[in-house]
Each structure stands twice: as structure tokens, then as C-alpha cells.
Ligand binder design. Structure first.
Ligand code: 13P
Length: 347
């Protein structure tokens, strides 16, 4: 893909009214999510669940792309159509998680670095042949004030790896989703989260520039600026929106076409409310959208499991509902009333 084509894909991923569904849980992660609902994590159960999600009628109105896992991109719908092909036929871009997870940083205490660069050029080539149009790599940053985390060492190593991944993707014809996640775990305040998130973003954009990454052809997937889960601090929706935008405006170049947030452990409705509040704060240099995993899937997974993993409709209605609410949040037109079942039935 030429630079112009890549930029067009990035733009399509963040087009108004639409966002990206993260359905790229590794087998270890989906096994945990299934276990919580008493579902056995077999290859067929994982396929059937992803089939339920991806085949949901009508989501193409709200969903521009889906991030798949290595196993999923090779699987098919019940009628034998490969998932990437089925998505593309409905105008949804198939994407692929290419990192292989985070491991402890060498000679460090508790910080992590994301791995997956070895052989990535060749894996990208294969994913392109399987129909992928974009990729994802997630770096995680732990805040621990007492230990001085994230350290400069962790910032640098993770930013460097993210940039190497992004450059390889663009060379090989995939739009990289660049995902630096500042974890919600910890007892830090929202103020500390804002400072750390700005440091992380600055390190990431410095590394992207060093490694010649074309900013017009990436999508940034950051965490929002929120208080740590164990902080005891609660922040208003409007405070989170203001702090997140202040931080992004100071650190993210306007050349980036869009910012697609992760949900990071926020509940589905809260994640929607935050996106809505940000989009109400007026036009920004970039599109502001969603790339949620749990905040889009949790109600759908619960409904699917409640139906014994066999009936698709409940899970599909739940996914369509969250997708529709987040689509409205993109234009700041989401309302609490949209969350009521009566309203959903009318639509
Ligand atoms: P959550 O929205 O559940 O944080 O997942 C998004 C994601 O892609 C994590 O890498």
C-alpha cells in the first residue's frame, strides 16, 4: 500500500460515527473471560463467540474495523466464510494484534516491555495476505509513585518498540494502531495520571519521529486520564474529559488523523459517557473515537454465555446497542435515555 492508501485506511478507521471493536484477546485472556462465565475455552467456543460478535447485523453502521487475534484471523463463520472476508464484504476493515504480550523488563523490578518484534516483517506479510488492513501493538505502563514508575528506562524501551513496530507495519502495508496504555491499577490521583500520560505520549511521539513513521497513517490508542482504581478519588465525567484532552492537545501532533481510546477497565456506560463528554468540548485537531474491548463486549459476552453460548441474538443485540451508543458519543449526541431497553427496541 502506498503512503496515500495507508493514510486513507487510517482515516476510514476513525471516520465520523464509527469506531473500532477490539476483539483480539489472546487465548490466555479470553480463557479468563470465559472462565468467569463458566464457558470452556475450546477453539470452537472461541470461534463461535467471535462469530456471534462479528456477524452482528447492522454493526457496520457504527464499527469501522475489528482487531482480530492470530487464531481468529484464520477462522471462519459457521457457513465457512473466512472472518476477514466476511468483514470486508460489509465495509468493516479487518485488523490484527501483532504484539506477543508484555514480559518483565530485564534488570528491572516490576515493569514490563511488550515483545513481538522478532520475525514481525514476515508475519506482517502473512497477515496482509490474510486480508489485514491494520495492526495493533499495546505497551503497558504501571504508575507507582513510591517506586518512581514508570521509569525512564520503561518509557524508552516501550516507546522504541512501539515505533519499530509502527515503522515495520507501514513498510509492509498495514496501518499501525499505536497503543500506549497507562494502567488504571494503582492508587495514583488523576493529576499524576495526567503527568505520566503526557510523559508517555511525548516519549512515543519522539520515537515515532526518530523511526520515520508517517503520522498521517497511524491511529493512536491511548488510555484516558483517570484516577487509579485504588486511589479512593472519584472524578467527574467532565473532569476526565478535560484532563484527557488537555494532555492529548499538549502531546499529540495534529497530523495524526484520529485517537481511538481503549476502555482499560472502565464500565461500558462510563466509557461511553467519557467519549461523549470529550466530543462535546468542541472540534479537536484529530477525530476522537473508540476502540474498546471490554466496554463493547462485556454485555454481549454475558448475554451469549447466559444463552449457553448457542443463541446469537442476545449477544448481538447487546453489542449493537453499545456500538450505537458509542457512535452517538462520537458526535456528543449520546443520552442516558439511550441506555433504556425501550429506546433500544425502537431502533
Ligand atoms: P479494553 O477496551 O478492554 O481496555 O481493550 C482494548 C484493547 O485493545 C486492549 O489492548
Amino acid at each position: 500500500m502506498s503512503a496515500t492508501d495507508l493514510a486513507a485506511v487510517a482515516k476510514a478507521m476513525v471516520a465520523p460515527g464509527r469506531g473500532v471493536l477490539a476483539a483480539d484477546e489472546s487465548n490466555a485472556t479470553i480463557t479468563k473471560r470465559f472462565a468467569a462465565l463458566d464457558i470452556e475455552s475450546t477453539e470452537e467456543n472461541r470461534r463461535a463467540y467471535r462469530d456471534t460478535l462479528l456477524s452482528t447485523p447492522g454493526i457496520e453502521e457504527y464499527i469501522s474495523g475489528v482487531i482480530l487475534y492470530d487464531e481468529t484471523i484464520r477462522q471462519s463463520t459457521a457457513d465457512g466464510t473466512p472472518f476477514p472476508k466476511m468483514l470486508e464484504s460489509r465495509g468493516i476493515l479487518p485488523g490484527i494484534k501483532v504484539d506477543t504480550g508484555s514480559k518483565p523488563l530485564a534488570l528491572d523490578n516490576d515493569e514490563q516491555v511488550t515483545e513481538g518484534l522478532d520475525g514481525l516483517r514476515e508475519r506482517i506479510e502473512e497477515y496482509v495476505s490474510l486480508g489485514a488492513k491494520f495492526a495493533k501493538w499495546r505497551a503497558v505502563f504501571v504508575i507507582d509513585d513510591a517506586k518512581g514508575f514508570p521509569s525512564d528506562y520503561a518509557l524508552h524501551c516501550n516507546a522504541h518498540a512501539l515505533a519499530r513496530y509502527a515503522a515495520l507495519c507501514q513498510e509492509g502495508g498495514l496501518v499501525p494502531i499505536v497503543e500506549p496504555e497507562v494502567l488504571i491499577d494503582g492508587d495514583h490521583t488523576i493529576e499524576v495520571c495526567e503527568v505520566v500520560t503526557a510523559d508517555v505520549l511525548r516519549a512515543v511521539f519522539a520515537a515515532l519521529a526518530e523511526q520515520r513513521v508517517d503520522l498521517e497513517a497511524i491511529v493512536l490508542k491511548p488510555s484516558m486520564v483517570v484516577p487509579g482504581k485504588g486511589s479512593g478519588q472519584s472524578a467527574l465525567i467532565t473532569e476526565v474529559a478535560a484532563a484527557t484532552l488537555r494532555c492529548l492537545r499538549a502531546s499529540v501532533p495534529a497530523a495524526v488523523p484520529g485517537i481511538a481510546f481503549l476502555s482499560g477497565g472502565q464500565g461500558p456506560e462510563v466509557a461511553t459517557a467519557h467519549l461523549h463528554a470529550m466530543n462535546r468540548l468542541g472540534p479537536q485537531p484529530w477525530q476522537l473515537t473508540f476502540s474498546y474491548g471490554r466496554a463493547l463486549q462485556d454485555p454481549a459476552l454475558a448475554a451469549w454465555a447466559g444463552d449457553g453460548g448457542t443463541v446469537a441474538e442476545g449477544g448481538q443485540a447487546a453489542l449493537r446497542h453499545r456500538a450505537r451508543c458509542n457512535s452517538a458519543a462520537r458526535s456528543g449526541t449520546w443520552t442516558v435515555a439511550m441506555e433504556t431497553p425501550e429506546e433500544e427496541m425502537d431502533n
